[in-house]
Design a protein around this ligand. Sequence first.
Ligand code: SF4
Ligand code: SF4
Length: 79
Amino acid sequence: MASKKKRGKIIINRELCKGCHVCITACPQKVIFPSKKLNLKGYYPAECREPEADEDRRCTGCTLCAVVCPDVAIEVYRE
Ligand code: SF4
Ligand code: SF4
C-alpha cells in the first residue's frame, strides 16, 4: 500500500535573504539552491527548486531551513 509522504512548501523572501546559504546546508531534502539572480542588496538569495524527475526530493515541511535562517526570510507551510 502506498504511504502518503509529508509535503511542505517554503517561501523565501529574496529581498530579506543575505545569501549566507546556511539553509542550503540544513535542508535534508536538498531542495534549496542559490539563485542565479542577485537581489536588490547584491546577494544571490536562496530559492527552493524540487527536481521534477525525483519524486523523493520534495520539501517535507520539516522547518529546519526556517529555524537556521538568521534573517527569518523563510516561511514554511505544511500540507
Ligand atoms: S539561511 Fe536565510 S539568509 Fe541565509 S541564504 Fe537561506 S534564506 Fe537566505
Ligand atoms: S522545510 Fe525542510 S525539507 Fe522543506 S525546504 Fe526547508 S529544510 Fe528543506
